[in-house]
Every structure is written in structure tokens, then in C-alpha cells.
Ligand binder design. Structure first.
Ligand code: MG
Length: 498
């Protein structure tokens, strides 16, 4: 795969970076799963130090020289070109950010997360406010260091989705805003089913663990590569192509969200584990496009996990979840289960939102983030702005900041510019579904016949195999001669819910 001598030399130099990133990934997975809580004090320092070592290894004269030399080579293959593109990007980002800034930033976000947790628990925005102000200021500084053409948000968008800018995101949201708002209204007036029997019921966590495991087994997951654990916020951590950690959670009164989270993270894990194994030890071993990544998780979560065909396959566990759940199930059967997983209703919490209203939650966050970094709004006014926008887009207003502006961890981590990838990834999943059905026939039939291996193989060949060799835009062009097109999402939602 990698043949060019200069590229090989570069890769052998890169291996130290790779090793540090590998162990950094393991360290952060551990801190979210099994580390005793006081370990956080030292782990944060250790991870920050590793980042700084990576920066030293990348941003130095020898590495730069070799990278320039490699870029001048002729006859490079696609993997080699992709590799150099990623290294250039890494180099640039690391070079532009002064060391003192990186350290200050890392320290601030590590402190802020702890404060955010407390503030959310105590419903005390004022407590978090000075930290968020610091984060917003540092983020503006970061955008200035990284550079941008039209808007500081461009620099941030590009961190999470290579080559994307504010205009791309605005264009995307403006094409879904009006149709989705009118769809929500139509569903509300059409809907005969507003009772959501299964919500707010306790369940047996041990049974739920068996359901989650069974779902992964149905998908023929490879348990020598993907490992499932528990964490407060479900996430996926790629350690290497053959070592992927996914987590789920067991919220007290929502067995559905435990299953959905498991399937969602499986989609992420599958992506990282189906990258070409020859990319191991190189920058191509980690998938970097968050839009592509989220398209994979949402594909499994929404199109498979919420389908009646799949739910029938785990149906036999439901009566064992609890006596109350058994009672509802005996009355409403699979239809009740299906409605529970597909109920559309505007709600306060993003991660519990349905397929239709989800995008409004993201749009609101994008608009706020953009306004914050262009300094047209102030952090102190966020609770009010948040509630106002919730009312405008979803018709619901949080009673507390905990279920409003304080609900997400992202801003406390400094991840400003990240949210749009959630919505765009979901839109891309609908587009990929359509392409897959052209090739393999209807997804419902594939699920009914448990052809999960066939689905995995298609996703592997079309998307996963390449890892980050191409940017998201270039991969869509190469594989489907297409660009991100939200009309697939709108069509899918209209067909399903009207
Ligand atoms: Mg995700």
C-alpha cells in the first residue's frame, strides 16, 4: 500500500506520534469507564502532556522537511496522497497554535468540565458562566490562530469537518429548516398516538444488558475487536483498527434509549473496525470526518434499530424487562414497541429527541455558537436566548437551565463547531440508505432476513475501507458522484411519518 521511500520514512518517524495517540486514546477511554474518580486529577495532566509531546514531534524541522520532500514525489497512490494531506493538516494546526495557548486551553476545558457537571446538577448557570466565557474567548483566539476567510466559525467548522465552512453549514440548515418545521406541525396534527406508554418505566438492567448484547450478536459483531462497556455518556473510542471500545448507558426509566445508544455506538465502532488494516500505525487508521462517522451511527440507530423488522427480533426479551412493561406489551404488542421507538414529539433534551425534531436542537446550537464567536451575543444572556429559540423552533420551553442551556457536555469541553456534524451526518445516512437500496434492494427485506453481514459489507466497501483517505466531500464524489444532499432525509422523514 505504501511504497514510496520518502513516504515510508515519514511513516517510520510518525510511528512515535501514532503510539502516543494510541495510548492517549486508551487513557481517555479509561477515564470515562473504569478509572476511580480521583484519578481524574492526574489523568488530565497526563493527557495534556501527551498532546504537547505529539505537537513537538510533528512541528519540527526534520519532520517538515520530510513532509515537503514527500509532497514532491511523483506517482503517489491515493492512500499516500491522503496520508500527506492529513499530515499537512495536523502539522498546520499544531504549528499555528502556540504551546502556551494549547496548555491554557487544555487546563481550562479540564476545569470547566468538572464545574459544568456541578452546575448542571445544581441547576446553576451562573456557576458555569465564567468558565464558558473563558472557553468562548479561548475559542475566538483559537480561530484567530488557525485563520479563516470570512467568519471565525469557519476555522472551527474545519476542525471537525475538513474543508467545511460557515456558508456550507448555513446552506445546509436553510434547506431543511422550513420543511422540517412544517413536518413537525403536520405530524402533531395528524397524530392519533400521543400516549407513550413505555416511557418513564423502570426496568431490569441485567435483562437490558442481555438485549444489548443480543442485538450486537444479531449484527454479527466481532467481539475480539469491539468491546461494549458502560459510561455516563455513550461514546466510541477507536484505539486501533482492531481495538474499538463502545459504551452504552442504562438510564433509570428509558430502556429504549439504552438500546438505541448501543446500536448507535456500534455503527461508529463498525466504521472504525472496517478500515483497511494496511492503514494500521498511520494517520489513515483513524476516521476523521465526523459527518461520515455520524452517518454510520445514525444509519444503524435509526434505519435498523428503530425498524419494526429489527424490533421483532428482540421482542421476546421485552416481557422480562419488568412486570409493568410486560403488562403494556401484552396489550399493545409489537405495534406499541414500534410506536415507543418512533414517537415524534418536541422535547427538551437533544439526546432523547426523535428523528424529526432532532435537527431543530442542532440548528439552535449552531446559531448560538456562531453568534458567540462573532460576539453578537453574550454568554450571560444564553439561558434567555436558549429558551426563546426552543419556543420558536420546538414550541417547548425548559423550566430549568439543567434541561436547557446546561444539558450538553460539549461546550465545557471546548467543542464549539461540533454540533452541525450531528445533523449533517444524519442527513448523509438517509442518502446512503437510498444508494444502498439501489444496490441491495429494500432495507426492510434485508433486516427481515437478518442480512446484516451484507449491510456491513456494503458500508465497508463504499465507505469504511478508505478511512480518512479522502475528505467526506471527495469520497461522496468518488463513490456516488454526489454531494451531501439533505433532500434524501426530508423524503425519508415525510414517507415515514406522514
Ligand atoms: Mg455519534
Amino acid at each position: 500500500m505504501f511504497q514510496n521511500k520518502v513516504v515510508l520514512e515519514l511513516l517510520s518517524k510518525y510511528k512515535s506520534v501514532w503510539a502516543l495517540l494510541h495510548l492517549q486514546a486508551l487513557g481517555s477511554w479509561d477515564s470515562e469507564t473504569y478509572m476511580p474518580s480521583s484519578g481524574l486529577n492526574t489523568r488530565g495532566e497526563a493527557l495534556a502532556k501527551v498532546s504537547s509531546l505529539v505537537q513537538d514531534l510533528l512541528v519540527n524541522k526534520d519532520f517538515r522537511k520530510l513532509l515537503d520532500e514527500a509532497k514532491e514525489q511523483s506517482n503517489l497512490n491515493d492512500a499516500e496522497v491522503g496520508l500527506l494531506r492529513l499530515l499537512e493538516r495536523d502539522f498546520e494546526m499544531n504549528e499555528k497554535l502556540p504551546k502556551a495557548f494549547v496548555e491554557k486551553y487544555a487546563k481550562t476545558v479540564s476545569e470547566s468540565q468538572a464545574v459544568w457537571r456541578e452546575a448542571r446538577q445544581q441547576n446553576d448557570f451562573k456557576k458555569f458562566q465564567p468558565y464558558l466565557e473563558r472557553i468562548v474567548n479561548l475559542t475566538i483566539e483559537q480561530a484567530d490562530y488557525l485563520g479563516y476567510k470570512d467568519h471565525p466559525y469557519d476555522a472551527l467548522a474545519n476542525i471537525y469537518e475538513e474543508g467545511w465552512n460557515t456558508k456550507d453549514i448555513e446552506k445546509y440548515f436553510s434547506s431543511i429548516k422550513a420543511p422540517l418545521t412544517s413536518l413537525v406541525k403536520k405530524i402533531k396534527t395528524n397524530s392519533q398516538n400521543t400516549t407513550d406508554d413505555y416511557s418513564s418505566l423502570k426496568y431490569d438492567i441485567e435483562v437490558m444488558k442481555r438485549v444489548n448484547k443480543y442485538a450486537l450478536e444479531l449484527f454479527k459483531y466481532d467481539n475480539s475487536v469491539i468491546r461494549l462497556d458502560e459510561s455516563a455518556h455513550p461514546f466510541t473510542q477507536e484505539i486501533s483498527i482492531e481495538d474499538c471500545r463502545i459504551t452504552t448507558r442504562y438510564p433509570e426509566e428509558s430502556w429504549g434509549s439504552s438500546l438505541s445508544a448501543t446500536i448507535h455506538e456500534f455503527g461508529h465502532g463498525l466504521y472504525s473496525s472496517q478500515i483497511n488494516k494496511e492503514f494500521e500505525f498511520t494517520p489513515l487508521s483513524f476516521a476523521t470526518s465526523l459527518v461520515l462517522h455520524e452517518s454510520q451511527s445514525r444509519f444503524w440507530e435509526n434505519f435498523i434499530g428503530r425498524s419494526k423488522e429489527f424490533l421483532k427480533q428482540i421482542e421476546h426479551f421485552i416481557p422480562d424487562l419488568s412486570p409493568e412493561i410486560k403488562q403494556i406489551y401484552s396489550k399493545t404488542g409489537i405495534e406499541g414497541v414500534y410506536k415507543y421507538f418512533n414517537n415524534v414529539s418536541p422535547s427538551l433534551i437533544r439526546i432523547e429527541a426523535d428523528e424529526v425534531t432532532y435537527h431543530s436542537h442542532i440548528m439552535l446550537r449552531f446559531e448560538i455558537e456562531k453568534a458567540l464567536v462573532e460576539k453578537s451575543i453574550k454568554v450571560q444572556d444564553l439561558p434567555e436566548i436558549w429558551n426563546h429559540k426552543m419556543n420558536e423552533y420546538l414550541g417547548v420551553v425548559p423550566k430549568t437551565d439543567s434541561e436547557g442551556v446546561l444539558q450538553d457536555i460539549h461546550w465545557s469541553m471546548g467543542s464549539i463547531g461540533y454540533f452541525p456534524t450531528y445533523s449533517m451526518g444524519t442527513a448523509l445516512s438517509a442518502q446512503l440508505r437510498s444508494y444502498m437500496e439501489n444496490d441491495l434492494g429494500g432495507l426492510q427485506d434485508l433486516i427481515t432476513n437478518k442480512k446484516y453481514v451484507k449491510i456491513k459489507k456494503w458500508l465497508g466497501e463504499k465507505i469504511h475501507l478508505f478511512g480518512p483517505t479522502y475528505t467526506m466531500k471527495d469520497l461522496l464524489k468518488k463513490q456516488f458522484n454526489a454531494e451531501l444532499d439533505p433532500s434524501f432525509l426530508l423524503k425519508y422523514l415525510e414517507n415515514k411519518y406522514l
